[in-house]
Design a protein around this ligand. Structure first.
Ligand SMILES: [Zn+2]
Length: 303
């Protein structure tokens, strides 16, 4: 399922292809998506010029010059791309916005959990997203993040999936951020020390930034706005790697179900017992903790 890095890649790809372009025709598929498109919106979109694109969490806003917007969510399998209008229609095509150059903006979605909506007011659409969503993960306020995480008895996986805590993180990057922060995803927010909260915040930012550089992760259907697949899936340390060696210590990656989602972690690099409690444990388990700290995970880097 596309998360922040994938959606950001789509926006960055589409921005130069769409900005300044005018929609000249709209074609729509017969099947409905998760959110409805008002038929009357067809006439409002034709003739509209794209003023810009922005991302909020996992949502895309295509701003139109008249102050309206298209609000788009990729759901599980949505693809939002610009293709030559002369290209044959792909299967599962739900929207095609013909542009005033040779291109066509297309929304394809086999599973139909995604949506494309016409919003009469871009400002209202953005405000509605802001009302239900927490801060973007880049430049998070350390004290506010600590308060949001430490104030909950939920586990870290559930906390990171909560878009009100931090916007844009989903299953893949929650697992990768916990690994990078050396925190077990089943730990509760309130069990974290301030230093651990800070480590998690920094890890979230680093993992997402690196994933954007890699153009996101293509597990199944995801492609960027120009139709190219992502490459960050090759750098996943733990996500989807159950039984494979941890890149930090070579222990087998394990998987547990948390917040209803498969959650991947290294049992050695991400001990479930908080480190501040480990200090008071028996010498034998204390030694195990020291061993875990020595083999802190390294995130593989590409040249
Ligand atoms: Zn490990």
């Amino acid at each position: 399922m596309p998360e922040l890095p994938e959606v950001e890649t789509v926006v960055r790809d589409l921005r130069p292809l769409l900005t300044g372009r005018t929609v000249t025709a709209v074609r729509r598929g017969k099947r409905t998506l998760r959110r409805p498109w008002a038929a009357a919106a067809d006439a409002l979109v034709v003739g509209a010029t794209v003023a810009g694109l922005r991302r909020r969490g996992k949502w895309i806003l295509v701003d139109l010059a008249g102050g309206q917007a298209l609000r788009v969510h990729l759901g599980m399998t949505g693809q939002f791309t610009v293709a030559p209008a002369s290209d044959p229609d792909p299967d599962h095509l739900h929207f095609a916005f013909r542009l005033d150059d040779a291109g066509e903006l297309r929304f394809r979605d086999p599973r139909r959990f995604g949506s494309v909506e016409f919003c009469p007011s871009a400002a209202d659409a953005a405000a509605a997203l802001d009302a239900v969503m927490g801060p973007e993960p880049f430049g998070l306020d350390p004290a506010a993040f600590r308060a949001a995480v430490a104030g909950t008895g939920r586990n870290l996986k559930a906390t990171l999936l909560d878009q009100a805590v931090v916007a844009g993180v989903g299953n893949i990057y929650a697992d990768e951020a916990c690994f990078r922060a050396r925190l077990h995803p089943a730990r509760t927010g309130k069990s974290l020390t301030a230093a651990e909260c800070d480590r998690l915040r920094v890890a979230i930012e680093a993992v997402l930034a690196r994933a954007i550089e890699g153009r996101g992760s293509t597990i199944r259907d995801y492609v960027g706005g120009s139709g190219l697949r992502g490459a960050f899936q090759h750098e996943h340390a733990v996500y989807g790697r159950t039984g494979e060696p941890c890149p930090g210590c070579a222990a087998a990656v394990e998987c547990v179900r948390l917040a209803g989602r498969s959650s991947h972690y290294c049992p050695r690099c991400q001990p479930e017992t908080p480190s501040r409690l480990a200090a008071t444990r028996s010498p034998r388990s204390g030694a195990r903790h020291v061993g875990a700290a020595r083999s802190a995970p390294r995130t593989p880097r590409r040249g």
